[in-house]
Ligand binder design. Structure first.
Ligand code: CDP
Length: 802
């Protein structure tokens, strides 16, 4: 039967459905787990109690705090029950048999490079393998590129340990720290934190004294922060520290890492833990107890055609190491390496025969085609570019799903993107209800960061949003770009975790063949000002000679140094200024940090207001709901007009935050009336509270201000002060009106247009300052305020001394 769906815009869309909608239960047999290794021979070795029992009595008594937690402070039987129920699942993970090798590797060397398929158990198991080690007396830090992964991993590991997590109680053994949300109790032994948070901690405590080990996860993503962390860790290993009693152990983990370059990077000049002497040699390889892993551990990887990411890249890396004579490896490598074989079923790839312009339509069509054609179980994972696209597809899927015949199983659409609230993100992990197929609509988060079980079908739009800094324009923007081959292979691999699967690529085979091999590391394409500020704050003055895994282009370094100089973060001789030091301590970009510090200056005196605006700019979602139905559009516009300010988007945000904060009776109802996201506003308030706290710590605000009510709407001169602060930070995002009606940026002469989402859209003013640059069909300025030419002149005079 053909399923006819009404396409967006009313046109009919035909799906090539099968002759009959097949709703019979699947006949595909479930894969039985084959792994059952016991790392320490007793199957319960991962609990502290086991480790404790092996200690001499005196030592046991000396460690009451640490180990008593498990038994006396966590008597909750439901936690222990859950822990025991999860143990067999943990034992079936491919990493389980490697536990002892991993421990031995870190006893021998301070650095371990661990490579393994996504889902093999690296993030959840490695910290648990390590904390019973003798050297591990303090906490283990594990970095994650994304908040969602940091929090969900902390929750999972706490469950596996039978412990509370986060801020559930002082006994919590597992904590997490993400920007504006630190939930780490005093007894935390394992702490998941975003890369940015570890960098912040490194500023406060350069030797990372509170940790016994740092695990850097998802290195293959090569975020700029990970590159920075690797450089700092390398420096830390090389400097002989007097303060650290025991050396810091470092584990570098990756799904597709270029092992050799990491070994080379960390290898030079390091000492082995065993003898402390420096000598040249090769990387130690660990496997199932052998020094060099056996060939057979690679046989678990199956595929009908192109290999999956790990079969491909890990195998290549491994072969590189095994085939090369030891002498050709980088010199002096006291770095262990370990490969964890993946479990992967064959995944069939289906390409489009013709390219499509509209991947939302293509994905929608494919979802229903799979749903009608393929039996349950088998969830669908759709890779899309970002929140807006995901939300609009979710709406369409729900609309069409309602029209399905009764006998057809249900469809449950679940979005997944970084800015999604916690509880909504967690829904993707819940198995689909009876006779229901889950359709997870995700960004590239689901590529490696998050593993969702039950997926047998992947739909890949072939694109993702990436950050791109344009040196010439001095502007950073998010661009929708084709993914790399390696990302496409990763996406495909998600369909073959538990059974053979299918991957529908919404592009042609020719397009696939034309993709770049790998995604370019972020450090080669992003604004480096934040990274350099971090380096300078850590005392790295010679940024050009910093140990980068990939050296960023000279022009980008230069632009970033110049930007920091303009912001007043650096002195004329390139050292960090007092303002720069304060900026580095704020969890904000250098520009926003500078705006905040400007607001604290006595002549501006608008810190509380600027904190309100920055808080609203810092939430990952739009605070104004943009998915309003046609019928309610007018109502929404009228409600929003009530909040709009002629001065522009920044003052509109301020009004919104202040009105929300003043609302004492029912904030949720207020949000509904104003078409504002209540959840986003709750986040804004949380960020505002934390920024106020940080400002009191930096002595920018008196402690009494932490809970001050918001002031009433500022006067015109106060508004000018506020906008002056934004000009001070966003000088590169300042544009003046041209005779032809366009706007051109002051510093790099880029033409921009005011984005339709701005309250300034359609208005002309002599100059604008904007907080975001977006490049789609043309260059847009988002988050725009009207400013005057003489204010701009004023700031330019101050910055350039003219
Ligand atoms: O780090 P890696 O991708 O190698 O694997 P992991 O994140 O340690 O995940 C191992 C397994 O733990 C996954 O296959 C999931 O079954 C489970 N897990 C989970 O249930 N919830 C999480 N938040 C993370 C992992």
């Amino acid at each position: 039967r053909e399923l006819e769906l009404k396409k967006r815009g009313g046109k009919a869309m035909k799906l090539d459905g099968p002759g009959e909608a097949n709703i019979l239960p699947s006949s595909i047999p479930r894969h039985k787990s084959e792994q059952s290794g016991l790392p320490n021979g007793d199957g319960k070795t991962e609990s502290h109690t086991g480790a404790l029992q092996r200690l001499p009595l005196r030592k046991q008594l000396q460690q009451p705090q640490r180990h008593a937690n498990i038994t006396s402070q966590h008597p909750q039987s439901h936690l222990l029950k859950r822990r025991d129920a999860l143990l067999p699942i943990r034992k079936a993970l491919p990493i389980w048999p490697h536990a002892e090798s991993i421990r031995a590797a870190l006893r021998k060397n301070n650095v371990l490079v661990l490579t393994g398929e996504t889902g093999s158990g690296k993030s959840t198991q490695v910290p648990q393998f390590l904390f019973s080690e003798k050297w591990c007396t303090k906490c283990i830090a594990i970095t994650q590129p994304r908040r969602v992964a940091a929090i969900s991993l902390a929750r999972r590991v706490a469950e596996e340990m039978g412990s509370l997590f986060g801020s559930q109680g002082p006994a919590a053994q597992v904590g997490y720290s993400v920007r504006f949300d630190n939930a780490t109790g005093p007894n935390a032994r394992v702490k998941f934190l975003t890369e940015g948070m570890l960098l912040q901690e490194m500023l406060r405590d350069p030797e990372l004294g509170q940790y016994s080990a740092v695990v850097v996860d998802e290195v293959h993503e090569r975020s700029v922060n990970v590159d920075l962390i690797l450089g700092f860790l390398k420096n830390l290993l090389e400097v002989k520290s007097n303060r650290r009693k025991a050396p810091l152990k470092i584990v570098i983990m990756s799904a597709t890492a270029d092992v050799e370059s990491l070994v080379r990077f960390f290898g030079n000049g390091l000492q082995s833990s065993e003898n402390g002497s420096q000598h040249s040699g090769a990387a130690s390889r660990v496997g199932n107890g052998d020094d060099v892993q056996s060939e057979s551990s690679w046989s678990g990887i199956l595929s009908d055609e192109e290999p999956t990411a790990n079969a491909d890249s890990i195998k290549a890396s491994r072969n590189d190491l095994i085939q090369k004579p030891l002498s050709s490896l980088p010199e002096a490598t006291h770095v262990s390496t370990c490969f964890v074989e993946g479990r992967q079923y064959p995944v069939k790839t289906i390409y489009l025969s013709e390219p499509t312009q509209d991947f939302v339509e293509g994905a929608l069509k494919m979802i229903f085609q799979i749903h009608y054609k393929e039996p349950l179980p088998g969830d669908i994972l759709v890779f899309l570019t970002g929140q807006e696209i995901i939300e609009s597809l979710e709406k369409l899927v729900n609309e069409y799903a309602q029209k399905m015949e009764k006998e057809v199983p249900k469809l449950l659409a679940l979005p997944l993107f970084a800015a999604l609230p916690q509880d909504a993100q967690q829904r993707i992990f819940t198995p689909a209800p009876h006779r229901t197929r889950k359709v997870i609509l995700a960004t590239n988060i689901a590529e490696t960061s998050v593993t969702v079980s039950g997926v047998r079908f992947v739909i890949d739009c072939g694109k993702s949003k990436i950050k791109q800094f344009r040196n010439r324009l001095g502007l950073e923007s998010l661009l929708v770009k084709p993914i790399s081959k390696s990302a496409a292979i990763q996406r495909k691999g998600r369909a073959g975790r538990e059974a053979p699967g299918q991957c529908y690529r919404l592009y042609t085979e020719d397009s696939y063949n034309g993709l770049e091999e790998r995604t370019m590391p972020e450090i080669l394409r992003c604004d480096l000002s934040h990274s350099i500020l971090m380096m300078k704050a850590r005392g790295v003055d010679d940024v050009v000679n910093f140990p980068f895994l990939d050296r960023p282009p000279g022009e980008a370094l230069e632009k970033a140094l110049l930007q920091l100089l303009h912001l007043g973060a650096l002195t004329e001789i390139g050292t960090i200024s007092e303002i720069g030091l304060k900026m580095s301590k704020l969890p904000l970009t250098p520009t926003l940090g500078r705006i905040l510090l400007e607001a604290a200056a006595p002549e501006r005196d608008c810190l509380l207001e600027v904190i309100d605006i920055i808080s609203a700019l810092s939430v990952e979602t739009n605070i104004f709901l943009n998915l309003v139905s046609e019928e309610r559009k007018e109502e929404a516009e009228a409600a929003r007009r009530d909040l709009y300010k002629r001065a522009g988007d920044h003052m509109t945000l301020l009004t919104t935050v202040q009105r929300y904060a003043e609302e004492n009776s029912d904030r949720k109802a207020w949000c509904e009336r104003h078409f504002v996201s209540h959840r986003a506003m709750q986040n804004v308030m949380n960020i505002r509270k934390q920024l106020r706290q940080q400002c009191t710590q930096l002595k920018l605000l008196p402690p009494s201000s932490i809970s001050s009510p918001t002031s009433s709407m500022p006067s015109e001169s106060h508004t000018q002060n506020i906008l002056h602060c934004f000009l001070r930070g966003f000088l590169a995002n300042t544009a003046t009106l041209m005779p032809d009606g366009s706007y051109r940026t002051l510093m790099y002469k880029q033409t921009v247009a005011i984005h339709p989402s701005s309250v300034m859209f359609g208005r002309k003013t002599e100059a604008i300052v904007f907080s975001e640059f977006v490049f789609t069909t043309k260059a847009w300025a988002k988050g725009v305020s009207a400013v005057q030419n003489d204010w701009v002149g004023d700031i330019v005079g101050k910055v350039f001394g003219c």
